[in-house]
Write a protein that binds this ligand. Structure first.
Ligand code: IFM
Length: 457
C-alpha cells in the first residue's frame, strides 16, 4: 500500500476512449416493493436463512431509486464519459412476461435522459442476475421458454430506450448465473445441479443471440454485445495433474463462453467432462449464438489458480489480497487481453468492471483507500500495456460507483469509489474517486487543443 497517490498511467489513451463507472440494479436501487416492481429471484433468495453473510437483502441497498438525481450529479462530478447500469427486469415487467410497468420504465427513462443531459453515455445491461421470480416458478433459465421471454423483454426495452443508449449488453457474467446460481448454488436461485447449470448456460447464450437478432431487426442503433467474467487460469504447480485441471477450468470459465460466441461450438474437452450432464442443443442454436457482436465486455478482478488436490489457498501465493480474498494481479489482465486477441476474432473490447473490496474507514469525512487507488491505477496501466501490443481496447469502467449489496457477502464488502453510510445514505467520494477524477481530467487536458489547455491551467 502506498502513502502517496500513484502516478497516472502513462499510456496515451485515445481521446474517444470510454471511461466510466459501473453498477447494477439489485445492488443499488432498493425500493423493491415500490411502484409496481415484481419480486426478483434475488428477493426470494435473500429470504432463505443463512444464504447472505450479514442476513441482509436488497430492499433498501443504496436507495438509488429515490436518490437518482443526487447520484447522477455524483457520477457527473467524477468526470467520466460513460455510466454502466442494469435494468431490473421485474421493475419494468413484473412477471417477466405480458404487462409492462410504466413507473419502472419511467425511472430508467429519467436515468438515461439524466445521463445524456450531463454529457454521459448510457451503457445498459439487460440482465445483471435479477430474473423476475415469476419466471423461476416455471424453471427460470433452465426452461427454454425463458429465452423467448428475455427476447420480448429486450424488444420492449429497446422500443423505449434504444434510441438513447450507447450500448446494450445482453447478459452480465453468464458463468456466475449458471455456475454460482445453479451448480454450487451459493447465488440465486440456489440450485445445486451440474446438468441444470449446463442447460442454463446454453439458454443464456441462446437468448443473447436471439436478442441480438431481434434488436437489429428493430433497427436498434446501440452497439450490442455481452459481458463475461474472465481470468487467466494458471496451474498451481508444473505437475501434469495440475496442468490438466487448469486446462479444464479454463474450458469451463473461458472457452465455454468464448468458443460458442466466436467459434460456433462448445469446447469438446468440457463436453466430454460433462458427459450426460451436457446441454440439450437444438438445430440452429449454435449459429444463433455466434452472431457477430459490436463489442465484448470483460469483467476482470484476478487470476484463477488451480490445483488438482483441491481448492487453492490464495494466502500462500505471497501476492496482496483484496477483502474478497482475491489476489491483486494486474499483469493477468494484460495476459488475458493478449490471449483473447490471439485466440479469437474479438470485436472492440471494454473492461466493463474492475475494482476491489478493501477495508475502508471514514474518518473526518475522508476515506484514505490508497490500496483501491493503487489497484485501479495498476489495472489501467495493464490495459495500456495490452493496447501497445495491438489489443483493440475502447473503454474501462470501475466497479463500482458506490459501496453496495455484494450478493452473498451482503454489505460487508465495499467495492465503491464512493463511500455509502447505509444508516444515513450519505455519499462520500473516497480518495480513489478523487484520484480517478484527477486522472480523467489529465486525460482530457492531454487531448485538449493548446488554447483550451492553457485556459484551464
Ligand atoms: O459485485 C459484483 C458484480 O455484480 C459482478 N461482477 C463482480 C462484482 C464483484 O464481486
Amino acid at each position: 500500500m502506498t502513502t502517496t497517490a500513484p502516478a497516472f498511467p502513462t499510456h496515451p489513451f485515445p481521446p474517444d476512449f470510454v471511461w466510466g463507472v459501473a453498477t447494477s440494479s439489485f445492488q443499488i436501487e432498493g425500493a423493491t416493493n415500490k411502484d409496481g416492481r415484481g419480486d426478483s429471484i434475488w428477493d426470494s433468495f435473500c429470504r432463505l436463512p443463512g444464504v447472505i453473510a450479514d442476513g441482509s437483502d436488497g430492499s433498501i441497498a443504496c436507495d438509488h431509486y429515490h436518490r437518482l438525481d443526487e447520484d447522477l450529479d455524483l457520477i457527473a462530478g467524477l468526470g467520466v464519459n460513460a455510466y454502466r447500469f442494469s435494468v431490473s427486469w421485474p421493475r419494468v415487467q413484473p412477471s417477466g412476461s405480458g404487462a409492462w410497468n410504466e413507473a419502472g420504465l419511467a425511472f430508467y427513462e429519467r436515468l438515461v435522459d439524466g445521463l445524456l443531459a450531463r454529457g454521459i453515455k448510457p451503457y445498459l445491461t439487460l440482465n445483471h442476475w435479477d430474473l423476475p421470480a415469476a419466471l423461476q416458478t416455471s424453471g427460470g433459465w433452465a426452461n427454454r421458454d425463458t429465452v423467448h421471454r428475455f427476447v420480448d423483454y429486450a424488444i420492449g426495452l429497446n422500443a423505449r430506450l434504444g434510441d438513447r443508449v450507447a450500448s446494450i449488453a445482453t447478459h452480465n457474467e453468464p458463468w456466475v448465473v449458471a455456475f454460482l446460481g445453479h451448480e454450487s448454488g451459493i447465488f440465486a436461485p440456489g440450485i445445486k445441479d451440474r446438468a441444470v447449470a449446463a442447460q442454463v448456460s446454453h439458454h443464456l447464450l441462446l437468448s443473447h443471440g436471439l436478442a441480438l437478432q431481434a434488436l437489429r431487426a428493430q433497427g436498434c442503433k446501440a452497439s450490442l454485445g455481452i459481458v463475461l467474467n474472465l481470468a487467466p487460469v494458471q496451474a498451481a504447480t508444473t505437475s501434469a495433474e495440475d496442468i490438466e485441471q487448469a486446462h479444464l477450468e479454463d474450458g469451463r470459465l473461458l472457452r465455454w463462453y468464448m468458443d460458442p460466441l466466436f467459434k460456433g461450438g462448445y469446447p469438446q474437452d468440457v463436453l466430454d467432462f460433462l458427459g450426460e450432464d451436457g446441454p440439450r442443443i437444438e438445430a440452429g442454436d449454435m449459429q444463433q449464438i455466434a452472431l457477430p457482436m459490436d463489442f465484448l465486455g470483460i469483467n476482470y478482478y484476478s487470476r484463477s489458480v488451480v490445483s488438482a488436490a483441491g481448492p487453492w489457498d490464495a494466502k500462500t501465493s505471497g501476492l496482496e489480497l483484496t477483502e474478497m480474498g482475491w489476489e491483486i494481479y494486474p499483469e493477468g489482465l494484460t495476459q488475458l487481453l493478449l490471449r483473447l486477441h490471439q485466440d479469437y476474432a474479438v470485436p472492440p473490447l471494454y473492461i466493463t468492471e474492475n475494482g476491489g473490496a478493501f477495508k475502508d474507514s471514514l474518518v473526518d469525512g475522508v476515506v484514505k483507500d490508497d490500496d483501491r487507488t493503487d489497484y485501479i491505477a495498476a489495472h489501467i496501466a495493464a490495459v495500456g500495456a495490452a493496447m501497445r501490443q495491438g489489443v483493440p481496447m475502447c473503454g474501462y469502467m470501475v466497479w463500482s460507483l458506490l459501496d453496495n449489496f455484494e450478493w452473498a457477502s451482503g454489505y460487508e464488502k465495499r467495492f465503491g469509489i464512493v463511500h455509502v453510510d447505509y444508516a444515513t445514505q450519505t455519499r462520500t467520494p473516497k480518495d480513489s474517486a478523487v484520484w480517478y477524477r484527477a486522472f480523467l481530467r489529465a486525460q482530457q487536458l492531454a487531448h485538449a487543443p493548446l488554447n483550451v489547455a492553457l485556459t484551464e491551467v
